[in-house]
Structure formats: structure tokens, C-alpha cells
Design a protein around this ligand. Structure first.
Ligand code: ATP
Length: 378
């Protein structure tokens, strides 16, 4: 028997007047999962989160939490809590009072002893035991974030909703909190739904990533699946860095297609969907899947335009005539002398895997993508 999902969307659409924010979403989140809703600004992530929380109602379809249809259930009756980007703490109250605020409103009333015990437990979970008497302004940004988490966990929700909760923190603190959140979710075992537009955050923290675009789910999978086996051109480009090379289908061989690039080079690629002879496609080549070698080897030839030495790896911008500038990332083997210099001719091959070919969709603006890495690298 499969477990009842903690959250389920069945054919959910949300319209705001003429704007369709979310369109026909079906989604089942298994119990005790850490799922990230990832996508560009305006793709409908927050709207999905708010429909789970009960702050918005679907225009069509149903939202279930642990098998219960939530239609007509107000936010405070749902077994969920939400942590916002701006933690919305009460500045005039101390930490304990902030954390126990919801418990004090509970009906039937809880005893002060019970309230104290539960807030203490929640503060311990977020490693703030002993901070109960502190004022909010006496805490660091990371500590305030943890108070907000404790407050959301204190009434033991089935699901915790996190709306870009780390966006206000600086990079170092954000990385620390990412690890803490991940550990916390594993310890307490409730489902976390994280909304983020930061693909590294989504990939590093969650068990499942739900990639959204234009109000729809374009791919749902484990982080490695999303990265290694993107469903379409949008996911390939949005999640991680990739080189997108435009070309045309020149032939078929079993599961592979041969693609003729703009400079006439033909390369073999895997495909996600049926592709027609002559169809315009983009080949996705991850920078780390490329290898650089002597100019006589490899299918593509270019000239190193820029190099960034990163210790264990090096990133190169390589200009390939007739195609554009490609980003390559290679392991730097100490003492092997395999660092290429700007101006040096190189051949580009594949260190691993077979590239993927995706049909070009109109207006996705990807035709210039191979050149964008010049800006990243220089
Ligand atoms: P961001 O990362 O910028 O927060 P998002 O992916 O969370 O974006 P939503 O906030 O869910 O996106 O918005 C989806 C779409 O719905 C957008 O086009 C947005 O402008 C629209 N929208 C959201 N809330 C409302 C509202 N209350 N009234 C009208 N339109 C809205």
C-alpha cells in the first residue's frame, strides 16, 4: 500500500482576474519529504505555497493535506505553518513569547507549564535553548530566523511551508542555515516545502525538486535527475550552468540523433522527444562534461579566451568559430600541466556522458545562450 501523500494537488488552477498564476497542477508529496518549488520570478511558486497554507483558494481543482480535502478549511485549522522571508517576529516581545504566541491563542487553553515545555522543546530543536528571555533585537539575523522556525514548529504541524526563508541572510549564513534546515527536517521528520528561485539551494537541500515555469510543473524529480536528465530546454538552462548550442537534426541512429552545428560539426546526442529530420534543436553541454585536449583531438576546436583557476578545478571560456563561446570546467590535476592558457588552441571533447538535444521552442530566447558565459567568466 502506498502512503497517503502529505500534500496533494489535483488539477489545481489559480487565476487572479485575467492572470493565470497556476495552471492545472497535479502533484503528490510523500510523507516526510523535503521538496523545493523552484522556478523564475512569477512562475507560481508562492501561489502554490499559499494554497497549501489556505491563504488562497484554488479557482479549480483540490488541495489535500494528509488525505483531507482542504476546501473551505481556513489557515488556522490546517495542520501547516509557514515561515516567511521577513520573519514577522514581534520585536517588543522576547524570544519565548514570540515562540509561544500561537500556543497562548489555542482553545481549549493550554496550561502555562505545557506552553513552557513546548516552547522549550521548539527552541531546543533550533539550537536556541537558553535564549528564551532575549529580546528579538538582541539576536543575529540567523538567530532571528531560527526563532521564526521555532515559532512555526511549536504546534507540531504536519507540513512546514518555507517562503524564501533564507533570502535575507548573507551568503555564509545562508549556507549554514541551509545545512541546519536540512538536518532539522531529517530530525523531526515532517514535510518541508521550500519556495526558492535559487537553484543551488533547491538542489543542495531537498529530496525532490519541483521545477515550475509559467504556472506549470515542468519537471519533478530528485536533484541529480533534474540536473543530469533535464526534461526540456528550460530546465537544462535554468538548473545549473550549461552551454546551449543551436543546430539542426541531420540524422537518426537508434536512440541517438546526429546534430549539425552552425559550423558544420556533427555531434551525436540523446533526445527526450521525437525529433524530425532538419528540426532546429539545442544541444546542452554541461561545462564539467567537457574535456580539453590537444588541438588535434575532440569534435570541436576553439581558442581559450579566458581562464579562471579555482584550485581543484579550472573554468575556461573557449571561443569556437561559427558557434560562440563555450564554458568548460575541468579538474586541475596538480603537476599534470593540464592548464591551458589564454590564446592557446584546444579541442573540446566529452569527459562524460552523451549530450542532450532539445527541440528549440519559439521565444525562449536561448539562441544567444552560448555567449552568456563570457560575462560570467570575465
Ligand atoms: P516570485 O519568485 O517573484 O515570488 P512566484 O513564482 O512566487 O514569484 P507568484 O507570486 O506565485 O510567483 O505569482 C504568479 C503570478 O501570479 C505572477 O504573474 C503574479 O504577478 C500573479 N499574482 C500573484 N498574486 C497575485 C494577486 N494577488 N493578484 C494578481 N496577480 C497575482
Amino acid at each position: 500500500m502506498t502512503a497517503v501523500p502529505d500534500i496533494e494537488f489535483r488539477g489545481v488552477t489559480k487565476r487572479y482576474g485575467a492572470v493565470t498564476a497556476v495552471s492545472g497542477i497535479d502533484l503528490a508529496v510523500p510523507p516526510s519529504a523535503f521538496v523545493a518549488l523552484l522556478g523564475p520570478s512569477g512562475c507560481g511558486k508562492t501561489t502554490c505555497l499559499r494554497m497549501i497554507g489556505g491563504f488562497e483558494q484554488p479557482s479549480e481543482g483540490q488541495v489535500f493535506i494528509r488525505g483531507q480535502d482542504m476546501a473551505g478549511t481556513p489557515p488556522y485549522r490546517r495542520p501547516v505553518n509557514m515561515v516567511f522571508q521577513q520573519y514577522a517576529l514581534f520585536p517588543h516581545l522576547d524570544v519565548e513569547a514570540n515562540v509561544s504566541y500561537g500556543l497562548r491563542q489555542a482553545r481549549p487553553r493550554l496550561s502555562s507549564r505545557e506552553i513552557g515545555r513546548r516552547s522549550g522543546e521548539a527552541l531546543e530543536m533550533v539550537r536556541l535553548a537558553g535564549y528564551g528571555g532575549r529580546k528579538i533585537h538582541e539576536l543575529s539575523g540567523g538567530q532571528q530566523q531560527r526563532v521564526a522556525l521555532a515559532r512555526a514548529l511549536v504546534n507540531k504541524p504536519a507540513v512546514l511551508l518555507l517562503d524564501e526563508p533564507l533570502a535575507a541572510l548573507d551568503k555564509k549564513l545562508r549556507t549554514d542555515m541551509q545545512i541546519e534546515l536540512q538536518n532539522l527536517q531529517r530530525e523531526i521528520g515532517i514535510t518541508f516545502v521550500l519556495v526558492t528561485h535559487d537553484q543551488e539551494e533547491a538542489l543542495s537541500m531537498s529530496d525532490f525538486v519541483c521545477v515550475m515555469n509559467g504556472g506549470r510543473i515542468v519537471q519533478l524529480g530528485q536533484p541529480s535527475e533534474i540536473y543530469d536528465e533535464p526534461a526540456d530546454l528550460f530546465v537544462a538552462d535554468f538548473v545549473g550552468k550549461t552551454n546551449l548550442l543551436p543546430g539542426k537534426v541531420a540524422g537518426h541512429a537508434g536512440d541517438l540523433v546526429s546534430v549539425a552545428l552552425a559550423d558544420g560539426t556533427v555531434i551525436a546526442a540523446r533526445k527526450r522527444t521525437a525529433l524530425q529530420q532538419g528540426e532546429a534543436v539545442s544541444i546542452s553541454l554541461r561545462p564539467e562534461s567537457l574535456s580539453l585536449g590537444a588541438p588535434t583531438s575532440g569534435p570541436l576546436k576553439g581558442v581559450v579566451r579566458n581562464r579562471i583557476f579555482l584550485g581543484s578545478t579550472a573554468e575556461y571560456a573557449i571561443e569556437v568559430q561559427g558557434i560562440g563561446t563555450l564554458l568548460a570546467k575541468t579538474d586541475h590535476l596538480i603537476g599534470q600541466g593540464n592548464l591551458f592558457k589564454p590564446g592557446e588552441p584546444v579541442a573540446i571533447g566529452y569527459a562524460s556522458g552523451t549530450p542532450l538535444a532539445f527541440p528549440e521552442t519559439k521565444n525562449n530566447g536561448t539562441n544567444q545562450r552560448v555567449n552568456k558565459h563570457v560575462e560570467i567568466i570575465s
